[in-house]
Design a binder for this molecule. Sequence first.
Ligand code: NI
Length: 171
Amino acid sequence: MLLRIVKYGDPVLETVAEPVTEFGTAELKQLVEDMFETMYANKGIGLAAPQVNLSKRLFVCDVSAGEDPGAKLALINPEILVKEGRQVGEEGCLSIPGFREDVARAYRIRVRAQNTDGEFFEMEAEDLKSRCIQHEYDHLNGILFLAHLSHLKRDLIRRKIRKLVKSGEWE
Ligand code: NI
């Protein structure tokens, strides 16, 4: 089922999400499937629960954009354990459509998370996958990629979005 993606301006996007506490349920598995479906339908490579108006600590990523089934990642209650190096690259966000900016992130990370059955696992990621996980992880803490930009760029984007809101083009 396709879920509605909330856009910048909705307070859920700037709220710290709550941990997931119930695992192994059909509901949780369906939610993860629906998040993948919604992400692919919107041509994104990552989607966090707050973006579908659910203030819970989980997100999905697939840097292959659906090309490689092995690239599908669902991280629940994730924690970034290690960050190394630096990369700068363009990011966008399905909740801030139409805007893309360069963002500096760690190049390599190590993450611990739970799967839908509640089992803990650890993984390493670098380059784009690492960037995607850091971006989605930020969403769980109510942080948008705009927070990583200069004041000047952030204010410019906010002004443009305010205009879109006024003209009814931001729904
Ligand atoms: Ni995003």
